[in-house]
Design a binder for this molecule. Structure first.
Ligand SMILES: [Zn+2]
Length: 79
């Protein structure tokens, strides 16, 4: 499972990873997520049950384990 090669020929390895999960205007970092990670391009593949669990966690109002501050900047071409 999760060993299909999608866009590149990279090897997909099952691991636990940190996911920046975005829904709407909110962003939640979810740690310790089981995923297949491409060793070449870093693309992450999730089982559908894992993805559903992440959606639930993202929507949850439970107190987070930690909080980080994120800076949002606009891309600017170097002149
Ligand atoms: Zn890849």
């Amino acid at each position: 499972m999760l060993t299909e090669r999608y866009f590149c020929k990279g090897k997909v390895v099952q691991t636990k990873t940190k996911v920046d999960f975005r829904w709407g205007r909110k962003l939640k970092v979810i740690e310790n997520v089981p995923a297949g990670v491409c060793q070449q391009c870093g693309e992450k593949y999730f089982a559908s049950a894992v993805y559903k669990a992440m959606e639930k966690l993202a929507a949850s109002r439970a107190k987070p384990a930690a909080r980080v501050t994120v800076d949002v900047v606009r891309f600017k071409e170097a002149v």
